[in-house]
Design a protein around this ligand. Structure first.
Ligand code: SF4
Ligand code: SF4
Length: 359
């Protein structure tokens, strides 16, 4: 199958991060600074990505501002004609750095917020005065004339403040708000018992977002990512495996999805081992679940097979023991009832913070 060029590159520059969010989707085994790709390797990746047709690069992490070469990498990406987005906690940014990023061609900044109240924001992020720093970063981003999205990852501990979170996104001058329930990979999976919303919370969140969308039409665009375990059908993970984008880890592995390393029978090629375009088109990992041939009978016969592409491979592996199974979050999966029961029975637990020392 000829996949066509990838549209997006998620460049995970580092796993270093001053915050310790329990909902983090980074792997539990975090990559150390000494194993990170050097600047020259990222420069080659960005140029190659543009050559093979990538349109957007999302600089992510960890906290990408932990890398001192962030400004230089943004400049290379912009010169190569890529649309550049910085996915950041805001910690580690100053007004001078934001101005420098804007001057080097950063198009868009996506700022994560944990909660609209200082004490709760600190408790969730495991970092003092997180909210004050985020307010400052939003103001600097607006002053620099860059587009701003606020990303609010929602879970049991902050869903009660969703209306205030939406109000805060408006106050911060965001054009777009992403209200996203936690995706249970990496550290988030370890914390599922502490984070899972109740059914009532999930239903209320949908209604609150719908109301805000109509009230704030023309002011704030609000996107909503529902929780898998209350959905009828799964989400189209990554827009289809190996169809839209690729992720490059801090140490340079090229993945079809940022959580793909949880599938142990796949091996992932590294940047520099062969051209990026070949890894995208020909590597075993990218071709493993591309298209529809690999699908279960249930998915292959389903009219939604090219809408959600059978859902999430990592979730299928984690719950059904088979990465090619129908995502158990789908009501048509034979595992769906068991999946919902298992999730509902998850015991509530305290946060396990995402820190290197516990990884
Ligand atoms: S989710 Fe939190 S801990 Fe994880 S990278 Fe983002 S800011 Fe850092
Ligand atoms: S059966 Fe497969 S393709 Fe159909 S909705 Fe469920 S996961 Fe998607």
């Amino acid at each position: 199958m000829n996949p066509g060029p990838p549209m997006a590159l998620l460049a995970e520059l580092t796993h270093r991060c001053p915050l310790a969010c329990p909902y983090c989707s980074n792997p539990v085994d975090l990559v150390r600074r000494s194993a990170e790709l050097p600047t020259e390797a990222w420069v080659s990746v960005l140029r190659e990505a543009a050559e093979i047709g990538v349109l957007h690069v999302h600089f992510s992490g960890g906290e990408p501002a932990s890398r001192r070469d962030l400004e230089a990498l943004v400049a290379v990406a912009a010169e190569a004609g890529l649309y550049t987005n910085l996915i950041t906690s805001g910690v580690g940014l100053t007004e001078v750095r934001i101005q420098a990023l804007a001057e080097r061609g950063l198009d868009h900044l996506q700022l994560s917020v944990q909660a609209p109240e200082p004490a709760l924001a600190d408790r969730i992020s495991g970092y003092r005065d997180a909210l004050a720093q985020k307010r400052a970063v939003a103001a600097w981003t607006n002053r620099a004339g860059m587009a701003l999205t606020v990303n609010a990852v929602m879970h049991r501990a902050n869903l009660g403040l969703l209306p205030q979170t939406i109000d805060m996104a408006v106050e911060l001058g965001a054009q777009r708000l992403e209200v996203a329930h936690v995706q249970y990979h990496g550290w988030a999976l370890r914390n599922r018992g502490a984070l899972l919303p109740t059914r009532a919370q999930a239903d209320a969140a949908r209604a609150i977002v719908d109301e805000a969308r109509s009230r704030l039409s023309g002011i704030l665009q609000t996107d909503y990512v529902p929780p898998d375990h209350f959905a009828q059908f799964p989400k189209p993970c990554m827009g289809g495996w190996g169809q839209v984008g690729m992720t490059i880890t801090p140490e340079g592995k090229v993945l079809p999805c940022h959580a793909a390393e949880t599938i142990p029978h796949l091996t992932f090629e590294a940047v520099g081992s062969r051209p990026l375009g070949e890894i995208w088109a020909d590597s075993a990992a990218f071709n493993a679940y591309r298209g529809t041939d690999w699908m279960s009978e249930t998915c292959r016969a389903c009219p939604r097979r090219e809408i959600d592409f059978g859902g999430c491979r990592c979730q299928a592996l984690a719950h059904a023991g088979d990465a090619a199974a129908t995502d158990p979050a789908c009501e048509r999966s034979p595992m769906n009832a068991e999946f919902r029961q298992r999730v509902a029975a998850e015991p509530q637990s305290a946060f396990v913070y995402r820190r290197f020392s516990t990884g």
